[in-house]
Design a protein around this ligand. Sequence first.
Ligand code: FAD
Length: 318
Amino acid sequence: MSEVLVLIDHVDGAVRKPTYELLAIAKRLGEPSAVFIGGADQASGAAEAVKKYGAEKVYTVDDTEIKGYLVAPKAEVLQQLAEKTSPAAILISSSFEGKEIAGRLAIKLKSGIITDAVDVQSSEGGPVTTQSVFAGNFTVQAKVTKGTPIITVKPNAAAPEEGDGAGAVEEFAATISDAAKSAKIVASQPRQASGRPELTEAAIVVAGGRGTGGNFEPIEGFADALGAAVGASRAAVDSGWTPHTFQIGQTGKTVSPQLYVANGISGAIQHRAGMQTSKTIVAVNKDDEAPIFELVDFGVVGDLHTVLPAATEQINKR
Ligand code: FAD
């Protein structure tokens, strides 16, 4: 069985959840091999973590300096590893960084690339992906027809599957060019933790729009009861009620959680573009003709300031 390379998405060695989702997808396509590019002192912890989610092999890179650079060296490592292992596919998480690495890698390998897949299945002749394109107006199935399939996958596209792989660690001696080392990280500050999951990775997102009238307390209370991330429409962001990092939609973030709850959001096409691949969609809106109700699985016609506190109370009682 051919190897499927999964680039480990991590922060200072702490493996992020999308990596485990990629490993679950890799198992469908071949033999999952994880690739850790980061500090040498962080490699064994990361290897141990991915082993528990089925990594048969874990490649680590013997270059203590590599974590000090931006994306270019990572693309070079993956290129050299792909040339050595001829994998069936390379899976990378659809973060800004992941997509940049994937793009650079595709050029280096002269391979086809598919970004932002919400599903990847095995098929004869290579993996078939599903994506939502043109602001969510079309869902397409696609396949790489040239070279090694390089696929970036959105968070929540698959459920992580626990189960030990062999986790055999292999140190890979990559050669990083001077050109790739031309941009160095000079300082980095950890993002302030909100205590809530990261928006694009969260299994549940509770979002608020203009209908909140600027009061996000019911949204936050409901989100915290569910262990969800908080999102917003552009109207709420433009009104200064929430930071821009909360914005979901065409000019904001794209989310694809298991559950999306839209509150006081009308369902404009630009908002839908960022959330309509969510697995289950619920809306609370006082207008029963709001366009958001066209795409929901469950809808509540009512005032969010009444509905959400009542729902939060019920959940917190359990
Ligand atoms: P509205 O459309 O004003 O809807 C508010 C809703 O709240 C209504 O349906 C109303 O019935 C309901 N409501 C009011 N009070 C209550 C209450 N008490 N309880 C329950 N329901 C209530 N928008 C995005 O979201 N993301 C984007 O990335 C984005 N990008 C854009 C890019 C471009 C180029 C353009 C032109 C627009 C973009 N927009 C984007 C804006 C988009 O077109 C809409 O204007 C925006 O999504 C509307 O936000 P909203 O649904 O919160 O507000």
